[in-house]
Design a protein around this ligand. Structure first.
Ligand code: UD1
Ligand code: CA
Length: 445
């Protein structure tokens, strides 16, 4: 097996994003761009990636940990970035695989194709992944020779009209022969339009030295670079399309696929029906035969088989729902376990709670879990019935099978099978309303 050492470039300012956040931390499908790349790279090599970051990019370091980071003191270009990484790259690696942190949709299959091309008999010094985008924009252009080998990469800013007409573009993914990587990189100069050390120059350098360079062609959808928010949205759309297709193929009904949004790790069982306008943030797992009704937002939660969520429900991180649970409209659940058959059908907030099996939580029930400083737990026993508009002031326990009268504010634990009702005594004044209206009429109202 050949040793592939990945280097990911992430030190650029990403100024076109107009953002206070480093570009590679912007998310696609609920995950930072750079983490998509690390996951894909991790699936083809055991070598840990070296990530090139700018000084002060501690957030990026945190995101990519335990991958090693090297600092590129000034953003002097992609060639300079690779130069900074080389001392950290495993000695004796057969291939240095350079990836750009902003080109993160790359598939495992395409990387394997790159590695295969890099180990071809003619031992190419450099293999570049090219693509033919519908709109070639300002991508670098791949110039091929008569044999179809790669003669040069010309950056858009330095290209003349003829070269700009070339449709084959540089994706930024490059496999460099490990034994000559530093020799080639060290010859890059900054004599160009942007006065940067372009990594892309190593193709011409290698050719000049008599080595061969080749191109592998990849799919546009995988190779879109993200330089601005519009391209970020385009990349998101590509992933969402893939994930919707995968969901449909795996036995999930999406009534209007284009309105359902998944995250990179969304797991959905068979025969789940998802109505329009549903959003899955990261960390959601749905069992079989569930229904997720329209306009629901789920994140960091798990739902077991045959449960119904929504419409207009919000499941926040730590919501764990058993089988046959019902969460109705305008219900928010956070960090709470609802056992099998529990029902919260309307207008409730359930936070930091445990709701036992088959308990029924009436409309408008709120767990008052926060006193402005700390969070407290609410325990509701199996089979309990909590009347509408109850405030459960945590910490508090409602026993198994207990009944809470509607409109109660419960601050003390309720025993199993007890009735607890907290309400001022109701007063009824006969004829009062009629007298009131008569008085108003006399005043001309
Ligand atoms: C680059 C390529 C271009 C290609 C395009 C594909 C070069 C010179 N140009 O252009 O041929 O078509 O990507 O998307 O390589 N970076 C650093 N340090 C630096 C500069 C950049 O780490 O000093 C990183 C950036 O964080 C980014 C990546 O390298 O992740 C690419 O840099 P970027 O400025 O986006 O290059 P492009 O102009 O898109
Ligand atoms: Ca770019």
């Amino acid at each position: 097996m050949s040793v592939v050492a990945p280097v990911i470039l992430a030190a650029g300012m990403g100024s076109r994003m107009k953002s206070g956040t480093p570009k590679v931390l912007h998310k696609i499908g609920g995950r930072a761009m750079i983490s998509h790349l690390l996951a894909t790279v991790g699936s083809i090599t055991d070598e840990e990636a070296v990530v090139v970051v700018a000084p002060g990019m501690d957030d990026v370091k945190g995101e990519v940990s335990p991958a090693r980071c090297v600092i590129q003191p000034d953003a002097k270009g992609t060639g300079h970035a690779v130069k900074c990484a080389l001392p950290e790259v495993k000695e004796g690696a057969d291939t240095v695989l350079v990836l750009y942190g902003d080109t993160s949709l790359l598939s495992r299959e395409t990387l394997i194709k790159m590695i295969e091309a890099a180990s071809a008999d003619k031992k190419p010094a450099v293999v570049v992944l090219g693509f033919e985008p519908a709109d070639p924009l300002e991508y670098g252009r791949l110039v091929l020779d008569q044999k179809g080998d790669l003669a040069a990469i010309t950056e858009y800013a330095d290209a003349d009209e003829t070269v700009r007409k070339i449709g084959l573009c540089n994706s930024g993914v490059m496999a460099i022969r490990g034994d000559i990587a530093s020799e080639l990189i060290n010859e890059i100069s900054s004599n160009n339009a942007k006065q940067e050390f372009y990594l892309t120059d190593i193709v011409e350098i290698a050719n000049r030295k008599g080595y061969t360079c080749t191109a592998v062609i990849g799919d546009e959808d995988e190779l879109l670079g993200v330089n601005n928010r519009e391209q970020l949205a385009n990349a998101e759309a590509v992933l969402q399309r893939q994930w919707r297709k995968q969901a449909l193929e795996s036995g999930v009904t999406l009534i209007d696929p284009d309105t359902v949004f998944f995250s990179h790790d969304t797991q959905i069982g068979q025969d789940v029906v998802i109505e329009p306008n549903v959003f899955f943030g990261p960390g959601v797992k749905i069992g079989d035969n569930c229904q997720i009704k329209a306009f629901s937002h789920l994140e960091g939660c798990s739902v077991e088989n045959s449960s119904t969520i929504g419409p207009f429900a919000r499941l926040r991180p730590g919501a764990s729902l058993g089988e046959n649970v019902k969460i109705g409209n305008f219900v928010e659940v956070k960090k709470s376990r609802l056992d099998d058959g529990a029902k919260v059908s309307h207008l409730s907030y359930i936070g930091d709670a445990h709701v036992g099996a088959d308990a029924n939580i009436g409309a408008g029930t709120i767990t008052c879990n926060y006193d402005g400083y700390d969070k407290f737990k609410t325990e509701i026993g199996a089979g309990a019935f909590v009347g509408s508009n109850t405030a459960l002031v945590a910490p508090v326990k409602v026993g198994k099978g207990a009944i809470i009268g509607a409109g109660s504010t419960i601050t003390r634990d309720v025993d199993d099978d007890a009735l607890s009702v907290e309400r001022a005594e109701e007063v009824q004044k006969s004829g009062w309303a009629a007298r009131f209206r008569k008085l108003k009429a006399r005043l001309g109202k």
